[in-house]
Design a protein around this ligand. Structure first.
Ligand code: NAP
Ligand code: G3H
Length: 486
């Protein structure tokens, strides 16, 4: 099904105005597998002129798409969900090869995305406007009625990260399209093959020409040009705080929805179910090798139960399977790049040299870093504050819940937090005080279910995602006031 997006010499094409087009400049970027460095394909490094043309077509196409009925848009997106499932194995395989995600997580990313798309359609169909009477405001009589409907914003620029190349692209595209916008998708370069396959699925499902267009190229080269392009009406970005901050600095009068980095804390109190806490910490901290924005990234445990918790976590880490996802079902696979692995390794070395206690791990083979746990990490160590985006977790021992809250809130990040306790009072006490978008009680930090609101505060983002919230963010109220002449 996907052959036509792949040209000569394994060069991939971009979807522009309903056509799959190659690079005009003949400038391509090699996409190599993090697993074995094999060349998976080459994507165009698009020029400014190519970007201009994609945005121009998106602008034109949006006018017609805005007038397409919601039920017609929904039919097309339902078809896209069906096609995703039909091609689940192919997509999961390319995901494994391109971003080294394990087989089970790759397959579940595809099925979760199909569910996301269908739920988005159903939600959009059921969103309604409102009508307001003028006479509830002092000085007005009942001659005025405001009818408030939702209007699309225009061209949405969707920029997705490497770690969920299908899901975090589709979770921008589907709500944007259902709200009546056209979309320019700029995926992470490592992840762009998955994203081009996804775009071809939407195209095959019947998304009209120009309504969805793709732009490949390094963010460091074309990012500033696209994000400040006058043809863009909304930017939906997921990625690092560094790039998100840059986008918010250089853009002007364009609404932004940003999901950025995190340093989610799991707080374990003396009255916690330690078995439950340990299981959640291990799956939350190490799945996809810690390369999730919502991964548990530090453990704040009350001293009294720390030894017992550490022992339980260590036993569960020993059970994690490390290796190449093509060979076997693994929990820990190689990190996305050598730079990423070097960064994580540097954090590990620093934490070791500063005297923290290495409980398990601390081993590296190429870009494969074994799941690593440090105990007695102190707040003067980098690992207490920095986001590794890799399989390493610090344990910081605290005297009580107030100290845990204080350290948790000192972070620049505020994505999620988790508290493990069997006391409802303690759970609500901590949940109330954590400066984050979401607090999980007795569960790992995680984004789903996808219709829940998902948002970061402080350096973790701005605006709210989640199916209904994303549709609302990518549309605006438009009021028409009827003035009754009596
Ligand atoms: P990244 O380096 O910030 O890249 C994200 C996206 O931005 C990619 O498409 C990248 O393209 C693009 N980009 C880079 N420079 C740009 C620029 N100047 N202007 C516009 N776009 C630019 O992040 P990543 O390494 O892919 O993902 C890891 C980070 O994302 C972590 O910090 C993680 O916490 C965060 N994340 C957050 C969430 C969340 O929901 N809160 C979800 C997933 C990931 P190139 O690939 O071409 O550079
Ligand atoms: O990496 C960021 C994703 O938004 C996290 O989603 O919690 O379902 O893994 P997840």
């Amino acid at each position: 099904m996907f052959d036509y997006i792949n040209g000569e010499n394994n060069t991939f094409k971009n979807l522009i105005n309903g056509e799959w087009v190659s690079s005009i400049s003949e400038n391509f970027i090699d996409i190599k597998s993090p697993l074995d460095k094999s060349l998976l394909g080459r994507v165009p490094a698009m020029t400014k002129e190519e970007v201009d043309s994609a945005i121009k077509y998106a602008k034109e196409a949006q006018k017609k798409w805005r007038d397409t009925t919601i039920s017609e848009r929904g039919k097309i997106l339902y078809k896209a969900a069906d096609l995703l499932l039909e091609h689940s194995d192919e997509l999961a395989h390319i995901m494994m090869m391109e971003i080294a995600k394990d087989r089970k997580s790759s397959s579940s990313e595809v099925s979760r995305t199909a569910d996301f798309i269908r739920f988005t359609v159903d939600t959009a169909k059921n969103l309604s406007g409102e009508s307001l009477q003028g006479d509830s405001f002092p000085g007005f009589n009942n001659n005025k009625i405001s009818i408030v409907r939702r209007e699309p914003l225009g061209v949405v620029l969707a920029i997705s990260p490497f770690n969920y190349p299908i899901n975090l692209s589709a979770s921008k595209i589907a709500p944007a399209l259902m709200a009546g916008n056209s979309v320019i998708l700029k995926p992470a370069t490592q992840g762009s093959l998955c994203a081009l396959y996804l775009a071809s699925i939407f195209e095959k499902a019947g998304v009209p020409k120009g309504v969805l267009n793709t732009i490949t190229g390094r963010g460091s080269n074309i990012g500033d040009y696209i994000t400040t392009h006058p043809g863009i009406d909304f930017i939906n970005f997921t990625g690092s705080t560094e790039v998100g901050t840059r986008i918010s600095k250089i853009t002007c009068m364009v609404p932004l929805l940003m999901e950025l980095g995190g340093k989610d804390a799991a707080i374990v109190l003396e009255n916690a179910n330690l078995e439950l806490a340990a299981s959640n910490i291990v799956s939350g901290g190490y799945s996809y090798s810690g390369q999730r924005c919502t991964a548990v990234k530090r453990i704040l445990v009350v001293d009294k139960v720390a030894d017992e918790l550490v022992a339980k976590i260590k036993e569960k880490i020993k059970l994690l399977i490390v290796g190449n996802p093509i060979d076997k079902d693994v929990d820990i696979s190689p990190l996305i790049s050598t730079e990423a692995a070097d960064f994580v390794w540097d954090l590990i070395e620093e934490t070791k040299s500063r005297g923290a206690n290495l409980v398990i791990g601390g081993k590296r083979e190429g870009n494969l870093i074994y799941p690593t746990l440090f105990d007695n990490v102190t707040t003067d160590m980098r690992l207490a504050w920095e986001e590794p985006f890799g399989p390493v977790l610090p344990i910081i021992r605290v005297k009580d819940k107030d100290e845990a809250i204080e350290i948790a809130n000192k972070s620049q990040y505020g994505l999620q937090g988790a508290v493990f306790t069997e006391s409802i009072n303690d759970a609500f006490y901590v949940a109330d005080k954590l400066e984050v978008g979401t607090v999980q009680i007795n569960n790992k930090t995680e984004r789903g279910p996808d219709h829940f609101p998902f948002m970061g505060v402080k350096a973790s983002g701005m605006g709210t995602q989640g199916i209904k919230y994303s549709i609302e963010a990518m549309s605006r109220p438009k009021a028409t006031v009827i003035n009754i002449i009596r």
